[in-house]
Design a protein around this ligand. Structure first.
Ligand SMILES: Nc1ncnc2c1ncn2[C@@H]1O[C@H](COP(=O)(O)OP(=O)(O)O)[C@@H](O)[C@H]1O
Ligand SMILES: [Mg+2]
Length: 266
């Protein structure tokens, strides 16, 4: 008998018993988690908990010593970052990485071309009719994504001139060009003021609502995570200490003892 969930889509991300050791230290110890399509999942934990190592394992910058990584039902454990990108994964980095000398639109086009291994925007400009058509499509896609991110009017602005809150939206837009199924965000609110962080979170939520994108975000700002995530995973000394709804995690005594202390943000 097929189970009622037989046709359910596979998790956007599934980690099974991930282990990473650095010398004698277990940076990650049997870490398992899953993120469903359309879910915004927050990953928190004190310094040294293993958050960055876990992101590196998911994105393919580090191959784990043990365990398995699955993206949208495919086992990708040994795959390169590039191959994972083609399987639907995108990430942003903790430090803003826009190309300052390019316009906002060019930032989107260039990253796309690099991923495709194509000849670049310049080659398109002087190239064949096919390339010209491709370029038109790319510019249309860029316009669409910039609109979704609420920065359409900045299309021709030089990226270097943008405040950090806007630069983070450009990075997000760049990550969305190929409509990823899974988006990893590394401390997206870092360096942003309250209003900028709220705007960023609104855009992420809208993208999720519209496209069913799964989001896993590492964030230092626990208040941001508790307010804006559907589910929260707490890492502690390389292990999953707790996971659940923001409320459950906030009220979990073990989490309070190990991590949140007594001053829990609302
Ligand atoms: N390249 C490395 N070499 C040795 N130890 C590392 C390396 N990267 C991380 N670690 C150790 O692994 C543990 C987890 O680190 P990390 O993933 O950076 O945690 P977090 O991002 O949560 O602060 C820490 O004990 C850290 O010192
Ligand atoms: Mg880190």
């Amino acid at each position: 008998m097929p189970s009622p969930t037989a046709d359910a889509p596979p998790p956007a991300l599934r980690l099974v018993d991930i282990g990473v050791r650095f010398g004698g230290i277990a940076a990650l110890d049997r870490v398992s988690l899953r993120v469903s399509p359309g879910e915004i999942c927050g990953l928190i934990g004190a310094n040294g908990a293993g958050k960055t190592t876990l992101f590196d394992v998911i994105s393919g910058l580090r191959i784990p010593d043990s365990g398995q990584v699955e993206i949208a039902g495919r086992t990708v454990t040994g795959w390169s970052p590039h191959r994972r990108a083609r399987a639907g994964l995108r990430r942003t980095f903790q430090r803003v990485q826009v190309f300052g000398w390019l316009t906002v639109e060019e930032n989107l086009l260039v990253a796309h071309e690099w991923r495709r291994g194509g000849g670049g925007v310049l080659a398109d400009l002087v190239g064949s009719p096919t390339r010209r058509r491709r370029e038109v499509q790319l510019r249309e896609r860029a316009a669409e994504v910039l609109e979704e991110c609420g920065i359409a009017e900045l299309r021709h602005r030089q990226a270097a001139a943008l405040p950090i809150g806007t630069a983070r939206l450009v990075e997000l837009a760049r990550a969305l060009m190929d409509q990823p199924s899974l988006l990893l965000l590394d401390e997206p609110a870092s360096g942003l003021d309250h209003g900028e962080a709220a705007r960023f979170a609104d855009v992420v939520a809208e993208v999720r609502d519209r496209h069913g994108t799964a989001v896993l975000l590492v964030e230092h700002d626990v208040g941001f995570v508790l307010r804006r995530c559907d589910r929260v995973v707490v890492l502690h000394l390389g292990q999953v200490l707790a996971e659940g709804s923001p409320e459950a995690v906030r009220d979990n005594p073990a989490v309070r003892d190990a991590y949140l202390g007594t001053a829990v943000p609302g």
